[in-house]
Design a protein around this ligand. Structure first.
Ligand code: ZN
Ligand code: ZN
Length: 98
């Protein structure tokens, strides 16, 4: 039998409501962001969506000429940093400083 989700998280049927960063590292789950219109970016390889905030610590949309990969040989450093929790750690320490 196939497991529905290895992380045991409840997935929204709309992929755009699931940030590719694990919920542990998704800063957009913070209540501060609930009212904000968060921007998303999609991996050009696996079609996974990410909050721009979760990979860049800002809410600026990607420009058309910018590429975004979360996986494969062309994975963006910011995507890797988001996935391994570095971006979230930065966000947390920034919050602490304020
Ligand atoms: Zn996120
Ligand atoms: Zn990907």
């Amino acid at each position: 039998m196939k497991k529905a989700n290895s992380k045991g998280e409840k997935l929204d049927p709309n992929p755009k409501n699931n940030c590719g960063v694990s919920s542990k590292y998704c800063s957009a789950t913070d209540a501060t962001f609930k009212a904000k219109d968060l921007q998303w970016v999609q991996c050009m390889s696996c079609d996974q969506w990410f909050h721009v905030w979760c990979v860049r610590l800002n809410n600026r949309t990607y420009k058309e000429e910018e590429v975004f990969f979360c996986c494969g040989a062309d994975a963006c450093p910011e995507a890797i940093a988001g996935l391994n929790g570095e971006v979230y750690a930065k966000y947390v320490s920034r919050k602490r400083d304020n």
